[in-house]
Design a protein around this ligand. Sequence first.
Ligand code: IMP
Ligand code: MG
Length: 181
Amino acid sequence: MGKSLNIEIKDRQFELFIKEETILNSINRISKQIHTDLHDKNPLFICVLNGAFMFASDLMKQLDFPCEIAFIRLKSYQGTASVGVIREVHGLIEDVQNRNVVILEDIIDTGHTIEYLIQSTLAKQPKSLRVATLLFKSAALQADIKADYVAMEIPNDFIVGYGLDYDGYGRNLKDIYKIKE
Ligand code: IMP
Ligand code: MG
């Protein structure tokens, strides 16, 4: 069956942008970098819910060394524009102190969310802290942060699919879709 090139979610139109195969290849590439850096360091991955759940799942399946995963839930976005307010809905239970931590994010847009996460994780005194993101909108960046592992850089367009949502919908899509103006 062919993929639909155009989809509708609520009131908006989206077009196919990044296919699943491309997404998985780019995750495979960063999994090798992560292997090189952390295969003997028992890392603790922190998956940022909800958006990073698919990325975390496919990345973890590529890793063949001892590691753990924990989940944190944030809310910072409404509709298609960042509102800049970050709320921790489900905090971390796992002990971060003295661990080699990797935060797993779906997307870095303005960078405010990851900046908040970096600060709040550093306060828990990890041994090291790295950031892995599926997507990076470098043109939208406002915060002074960098990501250690970037699967894909994209332009400053609103996207859905592969975990990312538009008002809660579209997370189940295998591919990534871009909003049509
Ligand atoms: P930031 O704080 O502006 O970097 O935004 C980060 C969060 O906003 C991400 O974790 C996403 O949940 C959400 N976000 C940013 N851009 C998009 C997008 O294009 N589609 C869906 N969600 C997005
Ligand atoms: Mg998110």
